[in-house]
Every structure is written in structure tokens, then in C-alpha cells.
Write a protein that binds this ligand. Structure first.
Ligand code: NDP
Length: 270
């Protein structure tokens, strides 16, 4: 199907969880060039794979090779997971669900006002799932207006949640009535010192502050928010939970989230 590549965090978690569940399953990491995606999907069907995860740049392009989409994946227009049901490949998106599952550890997000920095794939998945989880209002803050406005349109028209766009100019001041602030950009990826464009003084202690970046997990935003007394959620919880959800979709069995978290920390040497 493609060139085998060195392991990735989800592979490491999945293989551990398969072994713990006594399942003789394998999770392969295969690099597929965009021009070969159609062939890879035919190969996946021919070889009877039970499922797959998709990452950049295939999350949108793969839609045309799937038979059905889950309602959330349909709203997002992107999938990170496919599941074979009989002869059909069903597209799912577990990124946003994984985020919401880790957010629920801090309480029910329903009725809360949320600010999301970013309008890419991760932001889109999180925003749609938060809308479906009943938050009262979502502000999308993004550098590119076109991308931000488009996401706000989906949230208002399809998810039916109150939403607005704020263009990113300098440091964003988190409004005093926001309950949750999420960095869903790639700022901080591979650079623990990279500063997210947010006014540190607007991070009130009552605010829940989350970062999707998981490597390194202790980003500038997580450190700054913790110093200001905010409750913080790093990107590891989202990564573990998207894998927990995918495992359940494929196998029908409940994996140990703790075991998968330990595997992830071992993989990342933290
Ligand atoms: P995309 O490329 O789809 O989107 C990137 C987003 O970041 C866009 O909104 C982009 O703004 C913004 N951005 C990037 N650089 C800057 C900058 N210097 N200043 C302002 N905005 C910036 O990426 P994804 O959404 O797929 O991924 C984002 C992050 O989420 C990655 O770090 C990824 O690793 C992480 N992730 C974590 C997961 C987890 O389980 N923890 C799961 C999935 C993703 P613009 O539109 O203006 O370009």
C-alpha cells in the first residue's frame, strides 16, 4: 500500500492495546503519496483491512473513496479514521471527539462560551464536536479570514450553534465571559518556546486553557496558563482519546486509556 515508515505515536498506542486485549491485530504506518491515494484505498479494500487512520494531506481527499460518513465527519468534511462494515468503508472523525472526551474531565462543556484559535483541520473537528456537545457560543480566531469565515459558516448553518469570526491581529484578548480557550493552531509544535498570539493578562484563573499540540506537551501556552492559575489540558489527552475511540470503532472492545497513555508517554520519552 505504501512505503513502510518508522512508527508513530498512534501506532505505538494501538499495538499495545491490541496486545493487552489479546487481539492478533497489527497497526501499520504507511506513507502514501497523494497521487497514489486511490490505489492505496483500492488496496485497502482488496486486502481486507478493518480500518485506517488518515493524516495530512489525505483527510479531505480520501472522502471520495469512502462509501459513507458519520454525521460529524460529514459536517467537518474531513476524516481521520475509516472503518470497514461489511463491504463498506465508513469515514469517521475521532480528533474532535477525542478532544471533547478529555475536556469532559473538567466538566460538561454544554452552555459554555468557547474561543478557538485556528481554523485548520484540528480546529474544525473540535469546533464541530463542541457545537454538537451543546456549547452556547464559539469564536473562531484565525490569521486567514477566508478559512475562519468558512468554518463559522459551517458552525452556524450546519451545526446550528452561535458562532463568530475574529481576525487575528497582534495578541488576542480572551473575552471575560469565555469559559474555554483552545489553541488549535500548529504554533508550539516542536518548539516549547513558541508564543501563541494571546494576551497573557486575559487568561483569567477561571478559564480552562487547552492546547492541541502534544509534542512537546508543555507548550508556552500551557505553562503560561498554569502560571496564571488556569486549569490546563495538554494535547496528549486528545491524542490518547482519539486512539481510544478508533480502537472501539474497529474492535468493538473498550481499551484501557491508562495503558494507551503510558504507551504514548513511553513513545515520546516523557
Ligand atoms: P492545519 O494546517 O490544518 O491548520 C493550521 C492552523 O494553524 C491554521 O488555522 C493556521 O492559520 C494556523 N497557524 C499556523 N501557523 C500560524 C502562525 N504562525 N500564526 C497564526 N496562525 C497559524 O493543521 P491541523 O489543524 O491539522 O493541525 C494543527 C495542530 O494540531 C498541529 O500541531 C497538529 O499536530 C495538532 N493536532 C493534534 C492532535 C492531537 O490529538 N493532539 C490531533 C490533530 C492535530 P491559517 O489558516 O491562517 O494558515
Amino acid at each position: 500500500m505504501g512505503q513502510p515508515v518508522a512508527g508513530n505515536p498512534t501506532q505505538f498506542m494501538m499495538e499495545r492495546a491490541f496486545a493487552a486485549a489479546g487481539l492478533d491485530w497489527r497497526y501499520l504506518t504507511l506513507e502514501v503519496p497523494s497521487a497514489k491515494l486511490a490505489d492505496a484505498m483500492r488496496g485497502m479494500r482488496a486486502m481486507g483491512f478493518k480500518g485506517a487512520n488518515f493524516t495530512i494531506p489525505h483527510k479531505v481527499a480520501v472522502l471520495q473513496y469512502l462509501d459513507e460518513l458519520s454525521p460529524a465527519a460529514e459536517l467537518m468534511g474531513a476524516v481521520n479514521c475509516a472503518n470497514r462494515v461489511g463491504d463498506k468503508l465508513v469515514g469517521e472523525n475521532t480528533d474532535g471527539k477525542g478532544f471533547v472526551q478529555s475536556l469532559r474531565e473538567t466538566g460538561d462543556p454544554a452552555g459554555k462560551k468557547v474561543v478557538i484559535l485556528g481554523a485548520g483541520g484540528a480546529a474544525r473537528a473540535i469546533a464541530v464536536e463542541l457545537g454538537l456537545a451543546g456549547v452556547s457560543d464559539i469564536t473562531i480566531v484565525n490569521r486567514s479570514s477566508a478559512r475562519g469565515e468558512e468554518l463559522v459558516g459551517v458552525l452556524r448553518d450546519r451545526v446550528k450553534v452561535q458562532a463568530q469570526f475574529a481576525a487575528l491581529h497582534g495578541d488576542y484578548e480572551v473575552p471575560a465571559d469565555a469559559a474555554i480557550f483552545i489553541n488549535a493552531t500548529s504554533i508550539g509544535l516542536g518548539d516549547a518556546k513558541a508564543r501563541v498570539p494571546v494576551a497573557a493578562g486575559s487568561l483569567r484563573p477561571e478559564l480552562i486553557v487547552a492546547d492541541v499540540v502534544f509534542n512537546p506537551p508543555e507548550t508556552w501556552l500551557i505553562r503560561t496558563a498554569a502560571d496564571r492559575g488556569c486549569r490546563t489540558l495538554d494535547g496528549l489527552g486528545m491524542l490518547v482519546n482519539q486512539a481510544v475511540i478508533a480502537f472501539k470503532i474497529w474492535t468493538g472492545a473498550e481499551p484501557s486509556a491508562g495503558l494507551m497513555r503510558d504507551a504514548l508517554e513511553e513513545f515520546l520519552s516523557i
